[in-house]
Structure formats: structure tokens, C-alpha cells
Design a protein around this ligand. Structure first.
Ligand SMILES: Nc1ncnc2c1ncn2[C@@H]1O[C@H](COP(=O)(O)OP(=O)(O)OP(=O)(O)O)[C@@H](O)[C@H]1O
Length: 208
């Protein structure tokens, strides 16, 4: 299994719960607004600590309440791509990409800057500032930064939501190639049934 997740967390007056085990490929996380999809990704990433349960990714335990195990964020080898890209605004694209690369331990790196740039077709963007990029270009750079950080799995939270539907094809192609050529397991939050159908190998509903 690529992701084995069984967690609960009380947030305010709500209880966020998720329990699923999924193989590789792209797993769509769906659920009504407020069901807890982002909170579940944050628990897997290590940004939010579950009250109970465990998180295992690619066979490696990242969190286990019963054992008192809780790997810090930077050691989980997960790439996180947000709705709005969240590139560092004061760094050009090349420096944004290298930021992830420098964070990774040398033995964790499995793609070079040149390989990532060629894979995502972002060579013309390297000297640009994030503010000058379209939403789709920024998301391709965000994917590149995640790949360069030595990630062994990706978490994507509505990565197409802020991109004009007519201009989504480049980023969709990139995600499909990460799924099929690089074979990175992905958890992918979306509200869009067409996106789920096109990209997803399996579907998990949060909060039902
Ligand atoms: N730090 C917090 N303190 C209290 N409540 C919180 C906190 N963070 C999130 N919540 C609540 O937990 C619930 C789940 O939020 P979350 O953002 O995970 O849902 P979601 O399924 O991703 O929603 P959406 O589809 O709207 O993005 C919501 O009711 C939210 O208001």
C-alpha cells in the first residue's frame, strides 16, 4: 500500500476522521466542504498532529500515536502542492526549485534540476519572478520544487482550483506524467467530478 491512514483529530467542535489504505497511482480525496480533506493532508504531511492513529507511506511509519512515533515534516519525504502554488515571492523560479533540492539529503535526491526542468518543460521560466507567472506555470514550478525535494509521494490540495479551466491542460499533463512515468503515489483533493474521473485511479470519501 502507498498510503495507510487511520487518524482522528478534534478541531474546534468537529471531529476529523479518515481511514483508508490505497495502492499507488493517484487517489482522489473528496468530501463536502469542511469535511476535513485539507486537515487530513496536513496530518499526513506532519503539519497537524492527530489525536490518535497512524500514518504509513510507502511502508514507512510516519506517525504512530500508540508507539509515540512522529517523524518531523522535513523527514517525511512528501511533496505538498497547494491551491495557490505558494512559491517564495522573493526568489526567482530557479532559486525556488533549488530551495527544495537543498533541503533534501544528498542520498534522498532522485532527480536533478536539469531533469525536472526538462520533464516539466519549464526551462523558459527559470529566470522569471513568481509574480510574473500564470497560475498553471506557477503550479508546474511548485510540482518541480516538490520533486526536487526528494519526495517519494505527493499531496495535492485542489491544485487546479485557481487556474482558468481553459488553461489547465499543461498542468493536467504534468500530473498524469508524474503518475504514469515517475510512478509517484499521489493524494489529490478536488471537488470537481470531471477532474476526479480523468486523474484518479481510486477515490476516497472523507467525512461520510
Ligand atoms: N485550527 C482549527 N481550529 C478549529 N477548527 C478548524 C481548524 N482548522 C480547520 N478547522 C475546521 O475543521 C473542519 C475541516 O476543515 P478542512 O479545511 O480540513 O476541510 P476541507 O474538507 O478541506 O474543506 P474545503 O473543501 O472547504 O477546503 C472545518 O469545519 C474547519 O472550519
Amino acid at each position: 500500500m502507498s498510503f495507510e491512514v487511520d487518524v482522528s483529530k478534534a478541531l474546534g467542535d468537529r471531529m476529523i476522521e479518515a481511514r483508508f489504505a490505497v495502492p499507488g497511482g493517484l487517489t482522489v480525496l473528496r468530501g463536502v466542504s469542511g469535511a476535513g480533506k485539507t486537515s487530513v493532508l496536513n496530518m499526513i504531511a506532519g503539519l497537524l498532529t492527530p489525536d490518535r492513529g497512524h500514518v504509513v507511506v510507502n511502508g514507512q511509519p510516519l506517525f504512530d500515536a500508540a508507539q509515540g512515533a512522529n517523524l518531523p515534516v522535513h523527514r517525511r519525504r512528501l511533496g505538498y502542492v497547494f491551491q495557490d502554488g505558494r512559491l517564495f515571492p522573493h526568489l526567482r523560479v530557479r532559486a525556488n526549485l533549488l530551495y527544495g533540492y537543498r533541503l533534501a539529503q544528498p542520498e534522498e535526491r532522485w532527480m536533478t534540476l536539469d531533469e525536472v526542468v526538462a520533464f516539466l518543460g519549464i526551462a523558459p521560466l527559470l529566470d522569471r519572478w513568481p509574480r510574473s507567472l500564470s497560475g498553471g506555470e506557477a503550479q508546474r514550478v511548485a510540482l518541480g520544487r516538490a520533486l526536487l525535494s526528494g519526495a517519494r509521494a505527493l499531496l495535492l490540495d485542489e491544485p487546479l482550483a485557481s487556474i482558468d479551466p481553459a488553461r489547465r491542460s499543461d498542468i493536467i499533463d504534468a500530473i498524469l506524467r508524474i503518475r504514469d512515468e515517475l510512478k509517484l503515489p499521489m493524494l489529490y483533493v478536488t471537488h470537481d467530478p470531471a477532474e476526479a474521473e480523468r486523474l484518479g485511479n481510486q477515490l476516497v470519501t472523507i467525512g461520510s
